[in-house]
Design a protein around this ligand. Structure first.
Ligand code: NAD
Length: 463
C-alpha cells in the first residue's frame, strides 16, 4: 500500500493541500534559512545513506536486479559525494554575488543574492530511484527549501524504503515523502508549489508543465531522448568498445544518458561490432543473463516493449530474454530502418542499433534532423573530428572518447535542451535551480544629482 501521510480525501480524489500548508508554515517559520539547519539536514541525509547501505542496496536489487557495485557507485556513492561537495561549497554558494554598478548609480553597490524558493515538489523516476529523487533533494535542502518527494511507483521497494527512512532522519516539519503513481502525482500537481522538479519521460513532462502553468510555477524537466554515439574509424577501437559497453549496459541500458544508437562510417561497422561482441563477453561472460553484474528490466511491460523492437530486426548479437526475471541480453541490431520504432523512440533498454552513414557529415545531419538529445558521445583519435561534432550538433551534454563519465563532475551542470528537458542541476547548478537570484542595488543618499528629476528644462536635455 502506498504511504500517504496525513491524507485528506476530498471526493472524488486525493488532495494534498494540507500537506503543502504544513510545509509552507515550516518554511515561513524561517528555520530553513539557517545555514546550520541546512548543513545539519545534509549530514542527517548522509547518515541515513550510510547507516542503511545494506537495506538500500537490497531494495535496488529487488527493483532492478542492480548489482552492488553499480548501486554503490551510481546511487549511494553518487549521493554521498554530492553531499560532501555541497557541504564543502555551501558557505560560498549562499554569499551575495557582487556585480559592478554603473556610474549613474554611484555611490552604490549591486549584487545577486541567492534566496530560497519555498516549498518544492520533486518527482523521481524508477531507473536510478535513489539518486534521481535525492540528488535534487540535496540541492533543494542546500538552497533552504521545504520539499515533497514523490518516488516512482515502478521501483516500489526503494520507494517504500525512502518513505520509511526519511522521517527517521530528517526534520519532518520540512519534508514529506508521498508514494504513489499517476493518481497521487495528479493530486500533487494540482497544488501550488514554488518549484517543480520532474525526472522522467517526455509525455509526462508535458503533463507536469501544463499543471505548473496553472499556478505559474517554474519547472525543471529532466527528460530523455535518443543519445547518439559517433564512432570514427580513426579511434582506439578496444577502449572505445569497452567504454560503450560500460555506458550502454550499466543498469541494462535503462539510463537516460546511455548511448541510444551508434553512428559509424560505412565499412567500419564490422570491426566495431566485433570489438563490441568481444568486450561484451569480457564484461558479462558468454551469457549476460547468467552474470551477477547484469541487471533486470524494470517490469514485464517494458520487456514486451523492448522485445517488439526486435521484430524483423537484423540482430547481430544477443536478443535472448528471460520473461520471469524479467531481463534481456545485451543486443546489437545492425542497420534498422530510420523510420522503425527502434529508431523513432528512446530505447531505454539493452538494445544498441548500429547505423552506417556515408560520411561523418551525414551522421551530423541525421542527428540534427531529430529532437535534441540529452547526451551525445563521439569517439575519435582526431580532435578536429571531435570538435566538428561538438560545434555542429546540439545536446544537453557532450562527452568525447567516453560515455556517461561527465556525470561524475559536479562542476558540470546536468540537464537537457529542447525535447530532452529544461533547467539543470548537480553541484552549484542544483543550488541555483532551487534558488532565486534576487538582484539588489544598495544606494546611499550622497550625491543626489538633480538632472534626472522633472522638470526637464532644455538645459538638462542638452546635457
Ligand atoms: P516513471 O514511469 O518513473 O515516471 C516518472 C514519474 O512520473 C514517476 O514518479 C511517476 O509516478 C510520475 N508519473 C507517471 N505518470 C504520471 C502522470 N500522468 N502525471 C504525473 N506524474 C506521472 O518514469 P518514465 O517516464 O518511465 O522514465 C523514463 C524516462 O525518463 C526516459 O525517457 C528517461 O530518459 C527519462 N529519464 C531522464 C533522466 C534525466 O535525468 N534526464 C533520468 C532518468 C530517466
Amino acid at each position: 500500500m502506498p504511504n500517504r501521510p496525513t491524507l485528506h480525501a476530498i471526493e472524488p480524489g486525493i488532495c494534498y493541500i494540507d500537506n503543502v500548508k504544513k510545509l509552507n508554515a515550516a518554511y515561513r517559520s524561517g528555520k530553513t534559512q539557517s545555514l546550520d539547519w541546512r548543513k545539519t539536514q545534509l549530514l542527517a541525509l548522509k547518515r541515513m545513506l550510510e547507516d542503511n547501505q545494506a537495506a538500500l542496496l537490497d531494495a535496488l536489487k529487488q527493483d532492478l536486479g542492480k548489482c552492488e557495485t553499480e548501486a554503490m557507485v551510481a546511487e549511494q556513492g553518487f549521493l554521498l559525494s554530492d553531499i560532501d561537495h555541497t557541504l564543502k561549497h555551501l558557505d560560498q554558494w549562499v554569499k551575495p554575488r557582487k556585480v559592478s554598478t554603473p556610474m549613474v548609480a554611484w555611490p552604490g553597490k549591486s549584487y545577486k543574492q541567492p534566496e530560497s524558493l519555498g516549498t518544492v515538489l520533486i518527482i523521481g523516476a524508477w531507473n536510478y530511484p535513489l539518486q534521481l529523487l535525492l540528488a535534487p533533494y540535496i540541492a533543494a535542502l542546500a538552497a533552504g527549501n521545504c520539499a515533497v518527494l514523490k518516488p516512482s511507483e515502478l521501483s516500489a521497494e526503494t520507494s517504500a524504503l525512502i518513505a520509511k527512512l526519511i522521517p527517521q532522519y530528517m526534520d519532518v516539519s520540512c519534508v514529506e515523502v508521498i508514494e504513489g503513481g499517476k493518481e497521487e502525482s495528479t493530486a500533487l500537481l494540482a497544488c501550488k508549489w514554488d518549484h517543480i522538479f520532474y525526472t522522467g519521460g517526455e509525455a509526462v513532462g508535458k503533463v507536469v508543465m501544463s499543471a505548473a502553468a496553472r499556478h505559474l510555477t517554474p519547472v525543471t524537466l529532466e527528460l530523455g531522448g535518443k543519445s547518439p554515439c559517433f564512432v570514427d574509424k580513426n579511434t582506439n577501437l578496444k577502449v572505445t568498445a569497452r567504454r560503450i559497453v560500460w555506458g550502454k549496459w550499466m543498469n541494462a541500458g535503462q539510463t537516460c544518458v546511455a548511448p541510444d544508437y551508434i553512428i559509424v562510417e560505412k565499412g567500419f561497422e564490422q570491426p566495431l561490432i566485433e570489438a563490441l561482441r568481444k568486450e561484451l563477453k569480457k564484461q558479462y561472460g558468454k551469457s549476460a543473463l547468467a552474470s551477477p553484474d547484469y541487471g533486470n528490466i524494470i517490469n514485464q511491460r517494458h520487456l514486451s516493449r523492448l522485445r517488439s523492437y526486435l521484430d524483423n530486426a537484423n540482430v547481430v548479437y544477443g536478443g535472448d530474454f528471460n520473461e520471469e526475471r524479467p531481463a534481456m541480453e545485451p543486443t546489437l541490431v545492425l542497420e534498422p530502418s530510420l523510420d522503425s520504432a527502434i529508431m523513432q523512440e528512446e530505447i531505454f533498454g539493452p538494445i544498441l542499433p548500429v547505423i552506417t552513414v556515408p560520411s561523418l557529415d551525414d551522421g551530423i545531419n541525421l542527428v540534427n534532423e531529430r529532437a535534441k538529445p540529452l547526451a551525445l558521445y563521439a569517439f575519435s583519435d582526431n580532435d578536429e573530428v571531435l570538435d566538428r561534432i561538438i560545434s555542429l550538433t546540439s545536446s544537453g551534454s557532450v562527452c568525447t572518447n567516453d560515455t556517461m563519465l561527465f556525470m561524475t563532475n559536479p562542476e558540470l551542470p546536468f540537464g537537457g535542451v529542447g525535447n530532452s528537458g529544461m533547467g539543470s542541476y548537480h553541484g552549484r547548478a542544483g543550488f541555483d535551480t532551487f534558488s532565486h537570484l534576487k538582484t539588489v542595488m544598495k544606494r546611499s543618499f550622497a550625491l543626489d544629482v538633480p538632472f534626472r528629476y522633472a522638470p526637464f528644462s532644455k538645459f538638462k536635455l542638452k546635457l
